[in-house]
Unconditional design. Structure first.
Length: 102
């Protein structure tokens, strides 16, 4: 589901977890975990996704949280569709396993 300029999913069902910023164009998200192990597992999965897609978010993290930022490539003023799809896939990785089936 593409992320709209308002920061909500195009199909509107509530606020999207990524915040859109314009100067410079980027998406930002903060995720909080119950402890280090779930955080480490999530970071490993995001690392594998980055290897697969060639998209590497800026990360800063502590023991129970991670801040992620996805920037527009080069001099472009818009985020590429691939970057927005990467954000959607991170959302899938962050959702509880029961939400996306076996």
């Amino acid at each position: 589901m593409p992320i709209s300029d308002t920061g909500e999913p195009a199909a509107a069902g509530g606020p999207h977890p990524w915040r859109r910023r314009e100067r410079p164009p980027r998406l930002e998200r903060r995720l909080v975990f119950d402890g280090y192990e779930p955080l480490r597992d999530f970071l490993d999965r995001v690392g594998a996704l980055s290897e697969e897609t060639g998209i590497y978010p800026n990360l800063s993290f502590g023991r129970t949280y991670v801040n992620m930022t996805l920037f527009a490539d080069g001099d472009d003023d818009a985020l590429a569709p691939e970057t927005e799809r990467f954000a959607e896939r991170v959302d899938e990785l962050a959702s509880p396993p029961e939400e996306h089936g076996p």
